[in-house]
Design a protein around this ligand. Sequence first.
Ligand code: ADP
Ligand code: TRP
Length: 319
Amino acid sequence: MRLLTGIQPSGDLHIGNYFGSIKQMLDAQGGSDTFAFIANYHAQTSGGNDLANLTMQAATDFLALGIDPEKSTFWVQSDVKEVLELYWILSSFTPMGLLERAHSYKDKTAKGIAANHSLFSYPVLMAADILLFSPDIVPVGKDQIQHVEIARDIAIKFNNAYGDILKLPEFKVEESVQTVPGIDGQKMSKSYKNTINIFGEEKQQLKTIKKIVTQQVALEEPKEYEECNVYNIAKLFLSDDELIDLQDRYTRGGEGHGHFKLYLADVMWEYFRPFREKRAHYHQHQDEVREILNHGALKAKNIAAPMMEKIQSVTGIKY
Ligand code: ADP
Ligand code: TRP
């Protein structure tokens, strides 16, 4: 079973990213053939300021969090140039209407973001990312389902012309993963500025956690936990026994939300400690990160190059 996913390098990762998507990918390693790449060409479509640094930061963070280059193929999109060639070829199998219906393009233009061609053709590049490697499954967030469906539509059109060459991918949305709330209780998201980052400074982390919105209840009173933002974030990190202990502390009374916040800060700091140490290592050894990425790109190319040869041959590009 081959899994493939792309990650945009978009700055500091938060715990919503971790529990909502990164952890699933890490858990799948070993059990399946996992392919993960940093989608730097995609990031360019939304401005791409400081892209080189963001790409290295994403690589460093993902390695620190547990992408294992022995178990997964991990590379930077632009290091496997075949993807751009396939992107062009697939463009001829992509009706304009298919792209005009893409939600992400419609949403962005509705928000007044000036449309350029790369934003419009983004789903074709994403189709090339996927179809080049013939994955069975593409794990994505809900907002990306339509893009995988577009990749399937393009693959069908291509196969109708040239035979059964491109594998039709299935998307997979992890339904069991709940939406991680931000410090204000809305969905945690960079765009809402309500995130708790994975790799912040300790003091800053505590400051952020102290800002989590909670009910006003007197110290001695019992407290409700099910709807409490502190509890709902803490439960991501706790074992069943620890969770029961925390529930007791809420219902017993005698402690305020401030205490629970301090507890959450501690728990979170310990949870990410090994990742933080690994990150510090990779941060000081960026040459190692580059080596891992180069090795990953070679592994990816070993699949991409013969696939592209086949496609060049059937399409007559190879003469
Ligand atoms: P942001 O909303 O902060 O810009 P992204 O859209 O870049 O985050 O999300 C990257 C990945 O993390 C996606 O797969 C998305 O589903 C997941 N993710 C982001 N925020 C959350 C959240 N609050 N809860 C669960 N998953 C999330
Ligand atoms: N568009 C995806 C996102 O914004 C990233 C991405 C690019 C991707 N190419 C991909 C995801 C291929 C899965 C497969 O999150």
